[in-house]
Design a protein around this ligand. Structure first.
Ligand code: ZN
Length: 280
């Protein structure tokens, strides 16, 4: 089966070799990768995956940093990966605390080098509020005209606490999506449960540009949630994401297969929906 994995993370080798240096530089990297037992995936790991699965396509996402220079450094690494490997596209990072000018500059720089989106942003760790519309207005306007996609880390207002969970709850994601209806967006980790509210008929119409990825959901839910959300959202809105290197791609894919979807439904989630969204 063809697979597009819309949610993977890889880092420059130096970040693996000098983990503590980068943890000191950036609170989000420290929260997610501070513990030595957490693997930091690098280009060698990417090459192994691409060789093992010649048909797979991946989106490599940033994790959203605070520091401007570190963001540029990691964005350059992502640009390099998508330039080198046909099976790779990338989402880079900005931080609205830099101000509008710097964000637009970095956005344009990335766009001119083939970056197709922004994400995975972690607003809590990056130190900003996604409902700060004054700053987001010009950024979103530029992203829409560039046909770029935004991806937010999302989290559940209930349940266990984990590193990087934050407070990107459905109510906040909903307010952002309602403000920027023309912007294509992906809410990670099944949007913290936002799809439940699509039982309210108005949501399906209003949130037409919102997609949900399945990254790391086997840490959160029973597999059958994918089948349930597929039925609520309709066939087009769920995208397969693994959250590699946190979770091996094979394991994440098996978790989706365990949801008892039909083979056509699996094809939507594993391939078709992302292929349509990304024209890829
Ligand atoms: Zn996440």
């Amino acid at each position: 089966m063809n697979i597009i994995d819309v949610h993977t993370h890889f880092f420059p080798n130096d970040m693996k070799l000098n983990r503590s240096k980068y943890c000191n530089l950036d609170p989000n990297f420290a929260e997610l990768y501070g513990e030595k037992r957490i693997n930091i995936p690098v280009e060698d790991d990417l090459v192994k995956i691409l060789n093992k699965y010649p048909k797979i396509k991946l989106i490599i996402q940033s994790i959203g940093y605070k520091d401007f220079e570190l963001s540029k450094y990691t964005n350059d690494f992502l640009i390099e990966m998508s330039t080198k490997y046909d099976q790779v596209k990338t989402f880079g990072s900005i931080n609205i605390t830099w101000g509008i000018e710097k964000c637009l500059q970095e956005l344009e720089r990335m766009y001119s080098k083939g970056v197709i989106g922004i994400g995975e942003l972690h607003p809590d760790a990056q130190g900003f509020d996604i409902l700060n519309f004054n700053i987001f207005d010009p950024i979103v306007e530029r992203m829409v005209s560039n046909n770029m996609i935004i991806n937010f880390h999302s989290s559940e207002p209930v349940g266990h606490i984990y590193n990087g969970k934050g407070r990107m709850f459905p109510s906040k994601l909903y307010s952002f999506a309602m403000k920027y209806k023309n912007l294509k967006m992906i809410f990670s980790h099944l949007g913290g449960g936002l799809p439940i509210y699509y039982f309210m008929p108005e949501l399906k119409k209003e949130l037409d540009n919102v997609y949900y990825d399945t990254a790391a959901i086997d840490f959160l839910y029973e597999p059958k949630i994918v089948k349930v959300f597929y039925e609520i959202l309709g066939s087009e809105k769920i995208l397969f994401g693994s959250d590699y290197g946190l979770i091996p791609i094979e394991r994440a894919a098996q978790n989706i297969r365990d949801s008892k979807l039909t083979s056509d439904e699996l094809d939507d989630i594993f391939y078709k929906n992302a292929s349509n969204l990304l024209s890829w």
